[in-house]
Design a protein around this ligand. Sequence first.
Ligand code: GLC
Length: 465
Amino acid sequence: MKVLHISAECFPIAKVGGLADVVGALPKYQNNLKTTSSVVMPFYNNRFTKQHTFTEVYKNTIALGHQYFQFNILKLVDSSLGFELYCVDIKELLFTENVYTNDDTDRFLAFQIATLDWILSGHEYPDILHLHDYHTGLIPFMVSRCYKYKPLSNIPTVLTIHNAQYQGWFSHDKVNLLPPFNFEDVGLLDWDNTVNPLAAAIKCAWRVTTVSPSYMIELKQNANGLENLLLHESAKCVGILNGIDTAVWDPETDKRLLKNYSSTTVISGKKEHKKWLCNKFNLDVKKPLYTFIGRLVGEKGADLFAEIFKEALSHKDISILLLGSGNPDTEKEITSIKDPNFNTYIGYNEDLAHKIYAGSDFLLMPSRVEPCGLNQMYALRYGTVPIVNAIGGLKDTIIDIDNNGFGLLHDGVTTANVNAAIRRASEFYSETKKFRSNLKTIMAIDNSWNNSAKTYVNLYKSLKK
Ligand code: GLC
């Protein structure tokens, strides 16, 4: 079975968030299950594309309304990703330094059209088109409704929603940029009087998945306006928990660490990283180290961080280190905290993130919305105890220590709730024997893609007659 994943992000080529990690790992795990999964994404002007060799496999011109753009399909020569990688190169639109810009409508529309034109030109079509998030959300509509793609209309489409907050809205003035279709079908593109690519994908895809069972349930109450649509389409919707790439995220082999460690050497391995972090960030190595890694946006609870941290630091018995960037006001609020037990790294730094997972005692994830969340699973694998809000994928992957589990949950994101969890965590930390034995337990939890990759393959099979 040939599966083509279509996505704006894929690790290690271009990453903004967890979407990249999923698209960089799931195809590899599927290829162990006798499917042939590959990925197509835009060709960005970034470090990865500069440092790797690509060959041209197809070349043509697309029409975007009355404008024409030349495009190339480039294939990565290096085969070490574990899947074949194709990139759509449209110099005027996609060759940007960042994945996202202020105006992405034309960019992602062109990406989708070029991808379909390329597929249409091939001798052997994929058996499944697996689409990720709104950037690829017009594909189910286009293959089923645009005249030129009629030959592709029997290929099952699967949409995975990684985050329903972003839907790719654009004005009806731009529908003429799509290849011609019967105008009676225009309602399929619409939600609330605008073109909504995510809504169009939910209506037109053969199956809709999201990245955890709990998030699928929550979406029906909170999906940034799409609740009723998801309720209506619930028969074709399913939540499948993400996994992690345990080849990339393995403290025994991770080249980004100062020293590798296993569950038998976890105490000394973590100690060395904690020492390094505390030294670099001027923190007291004797105190339990609480960290946050991620985007500083409301979904992650970041607007409350300054208040939460100040309250937690007022007890003077913990250290907090934050790595991330996002909302400029939030960044300002957080960096203005002057406390000897607090420090930040504002920015994105994959290398430092690995070292933080290795050197922390606790990872904070007070997300208000968390479709799956991968960081809690990375933390577990590196022997760091997650403290999470009981929502979405966090709820599906963490069991509380007071419930015979291994992490800490709080119900709702308030300064009081998060601080109550931090107090409980510090008590747990002081019970050294119990705390240390829990490190071994969490490192052994299997959150790899093995199970979920199979679930996806079974879903594809159910769509092929
Ligand atoms: C998005 C979600 C996150 C999820 C990731 C991968 O970034 O916010 O919860 O883990 O996608 O599916």
